[in-house]
Design a protein around this ligand. Structure first.
Ligand code: BGC
Length: 417
């Protein structure tokens, strides 16, 4: 009786504790899903967990691509106070696992049969030393263009199939006095465009040689120079206020008819849907012209930081199981703009862009043209990624011409390896 009372008092005291501090039965989730579309998707996850009695303490850190979130994470871990669950990408997950910071999810993975349903490309980032260390919530891809259909229709522009057609389409939009390309001048956004431009210019094998194998000859090649020239063409098609703009505000320019195109990962679709827009009616989705048949992917995964409390561990396991349930994967990814991280989820609930994304992901995986996104941490470690960011963004802002940029790329990558 006494023990029971003490327990009750302790529970009440915990409830009284500051709301920003996770209490028993809560998971504190660090993430960078702060735009309108992202928040809508996050709500699907929150509600799913709350339905299972798992509370949610929100730890949002704004900033696409997650660089700011990763800085916050490092500070929290250094202070000995890691969040329970963290949104993470690619090589960052493997880095934390190698440092021994992540919880082992083998029990839940075995119970729920993850090995059989998670594609190998994703397992490469969700397992370390043979152990499951994160739960993949989606597969995004970066080589997409989002287009305002009514601008294209009014100018008689059909979907560009090659890079040359894309340039011609942008020239037409410009001549009509509109902004061809909506862009936010932040290094990660330029790098995101570079994923698609490099795929379009050199194809999947070249992309792998340059960004995965870090082959100096590929990094400094004439093909890379051409990719930088294409980036300069993109730079000539953005509006003058692009600098520092958030990606979702660039999406809003296309949504509102202020710009014709945006090159961005399929999280942009979440913004269109959140604004009540429909694919093929209000907007078009197609691969960066010249890159059809290839897919540069990134997968948001939730890694759990090691905790000692048995209750907290149980909540982490429950969260991981919830994330991987087929019905959740469908409901969440329909809203997020991504596609499921398991191969057995039907495409029925997905819109035309989602169905296309799922089919193209499967086809690219079969034909060996599925590559990890350099911009979103799936081609190489953060140090290399950041070195590439620096060169791409400096070139985009006019610091180097295309030839110098390719040379700088070689030395920046060598310095970061
Ligand atoms: C993440 C997406 C997110 C996007 C913009 C990407 O790195 O994978 O989930 O929507 O950044 O914030």
């Amino acid at each position: 009786m006494r023990a029971h009372l003490t327990k009750k008092i302790a529970a009440a005291a915990m409830l009284l504790a500051s709301t920003s501090v996770a209490h028993a039965g809560d998971v504190e989730v660090l993430h960078w899903w702060t735009s309108g579309g992202e928040a809508a998707a996050l709500n699907v996850l929150k509600q799913d967990l709350q339905g299972q009695g798992i509370g949610w303490t929100d730890m949002p850190v704004a900033g696409g691509g997650g660089e700011a979130a990763m800085t916050t994470l490092r500070a929290r871990v250094t202070a000995g106070d890691p969040p329970t669950a963290v949104q993470m990408l690619g090589f960052d997950i493997l880095d934390w696992a190698e440092q021994g910071a992540l919880a082992n999810l083998n029990d839940v993975a075995a119970k729920e049969g993850w090995d059989a349903v998670v594609p190998a490309a994703l397992q490469g980032f969700a397992k370390s030393g043979g152990n499951w260390i994160s739960a993949p919530v989606n597969v995004h891809s970066t080589n997409w263009v989002w287009a305002n259909k009514s601008i294209l229709d009014s100018l008689g522009i059909s979907e560009p199939k090659s890079w040359e057609e894309f340039e011609a389409a942008m020239a037409k939009v410009k001549a009509a006095g509109k902004t061809p390309l909506a862009h936010g001048g932040q290094a990660w956004q330029e790098a995101t465009m570079f994923d698609g431009v490099v795929l379009s210019t050199g194809g999947a094998d070249f992309y792998k040689k340059a960004f995965v194998e870090l082959d100096s000859a590929a990094l400094g090649s004439a093909t890379m120079v051409k990719a930088f020239e294409r980036m300069a063409t993109l730079r000539a098609n953005v509006d003058e206020n692009f600098s520092g703009r958030d990606w979702n505000l660039a999406s809003a320019m296309v949504i509102n008819g202020d710009a014709a195109f945006q090159i961005m990962g399929d999280w942009a679709k979440g913004e269109f849907l959140n604004a009540g827009k429909e694919p093929n009616k209000d907007f078009l989705c197609f691969r960066v012209p010249g890159s059809a048949g290839t897919v540069s992917f990134n997968s948001d995964q939730f890694a759990m930081f090691g905790v000692k409390d048995a209750g907290a561990m149980a909540d982490q396991g429950a969260m991981a199981a919830a994330i991987m349930s087929p019905s959740f994967q469908s409901a969440f990814n329909v809203v997020k703009g991504s596609v499921p991280a398991r191969t057995d989820v039907p495409n029925d609930a997905f819109d035309a862009c989602g169905k296309k994304g799922m089919a193209e992901l499967a086809a690219a995986s079969d034909s060996g043209t599925l590559v990890g996104s350099m911009a979103h941490g799936h081609a190489n470690r953060a140090a290399v990624k950041n070195a590439i960011y620096d060169v791409v963004t400096a070139h985009f802002n006019g610091e180097y011409d295309a030839k110098t940029a390719a040379e700088e790329l070689v030395s920046a990558v060598e310095g970061a390896m």
